[in-house]
Design a protein. Sequence first.
Lengths: 323, 293
Amino acid sequence: MRKKRWVPWLLIGPALLVIILTTIYPLLAALYYSFHKYNLRRAPQFAIQLGESGIHIDWSLLSLENYTRAFSDSRFINSLEVTFWFTVFSVGLSVVIGLFIAVIVQKGGWLHTLTKVLLIFPFAVSPALKGYSWRFMLNENYGIYDLLIDSLLVKPLNALLSLLNALPLVEIPYISESIVWLGDKFWALFMLAMSETWGWAPLIALMFVGALGSIDEQIFEAARIDGANRVQIFFRVTLPLLRPVILIVTMLKTIFSLKMFDQVVTMTGGGPVRATQTINYYIHQMGFVRSLDIGYASAMSYILVIVLTICAALYVALVLNRD
Amino acid sequence: MTKSLSLAKMLETAALLLIIFFIVLPIVWLALTSIKPQEKAYTTDIVFTPTADNFRIIFSDTSVIINAGTERERGEVGRNMLPSVLNSVVVSGATILIAIPLATIAAYAFSRYLFLGNRALLIWILTTQFIPAIVVAIPFFTLFRSIEIFERPLLGTQLGLIIVNMSIVLPYAIWMIKGFVDALPGEIEEAAYVDGCNDFQVLFFISLPLIRPGILVASVFAFIMSWNEFLFALIIGREMRTMQVALMTTSGARGIMWEQMAAAGLVVMLPIFFLAMFIRKNVVYGLTMGAVK
């Protein structure tokens, strides 16, 4: 081997330089900003000043004010709650539905194969477009989803309720057929999570299909011979074998969900009444739209960075453990 | 026994049809709406005479379009989408033209050389993809406001957006291409070293041609990432609208003009749709960086 020791550094150097400039620089700069009063409407005063006598640090300009402000800002607390529930709904639904799809399409005839091919479709739709199309389809006057939900779910349920109410027991209130999906605090958040699920459940299904394919067929065969039915096989064999993959996928999707931004802008605009303002959306509002408070926006995004760092560490540990 | 089996089969088929229906519905609905005449766009009718008007409107400069003797109002802020299509093409194209060569040689080095900190650096690069985009956008926003190129601030230019795009595309491409290099057996390279090739001859004449398919797949992924990117495009790209941001300009005095939105949406989606078909087999690998095999 005539491999030279300096060669790898020459090959990695350019990429490393660009990554440092585009990730380390902003991480450090945002941290620095977060300790300052820094609003774009006023000229900022930074602690580190370059004077005639060299670098001078004015400690009095640094403060934790932006951080303490965040935790007493009810709108920021609200964005934490919204992000939490959005993550719970979207991760839970995506993983469960993805698993369901994977188990169904894994083996079988042409319809199974066709479905597997179609699973890639939502990947082609950008998050911003996803948000717009869902907003259009959920419209209470001309949305196709609204029509489907009313005619396939609400009407049959109400018919069932009218039968029950005919009995002289308790009076159960009927479900409204005119819910404005994106105008209701709960439903808006739920539908935001559903749009995310539409995009991710098929992709997560594809991940599980791959993982299922690598499990030795003889294991399922042995379970069948022992007399296990499909439900038993799923809970006693498939699920335990998929556990490591399910954990990795759940962690990955959690990280993506915590960063939710695009669809909030295009689908709900954070509303109704802040019910769908995720952390990212609120930071964007405070930093670039409502006020131009870069210091405060930096502090809040650092809180998000800390949460994501913990998740990323867990994710890396899960992935490395598996190898 | 056979009876319950066939019932299970029927349930399975029903479930499959339901899955297909819900996956395809939003895409089909968008496509249908894009060719609906305006008066039908705000209904759930599926019987109508298809029209190309919506596409003509989003690619025209005039604010009023005359069609079959009827005057049609366009969205108040509606504007020609063609510059936005070009912006998206230029930004995504330039992003991969810069990122892919850098990522390729770095990935090759990570895969083929053992050097101090190799693994730690790789894992660090993996974790950079978990940095929220907003924390990258904030300092670059303030920086690009003050940097001027050709007497124009870098904020709101294609170049500015290309630079911040590197933060998401480059780490991703390194990991992806490294996977393809790892999969390549090293014997051919060994033989080339024995025959007297130096490190660079081996890299450029032996290994690169062999991983070309992998580089192509990574390029397609990187293109899709920057094409669909929204947060940077909104904060750093600003008035230089990429297609994702231009979708917003279909709103006018009467709210969003859905038939125009759908047409613009189709323009955004179709190229990615074909690219996605092309990398179908690699999507799982690409999304999880090989963490799920």
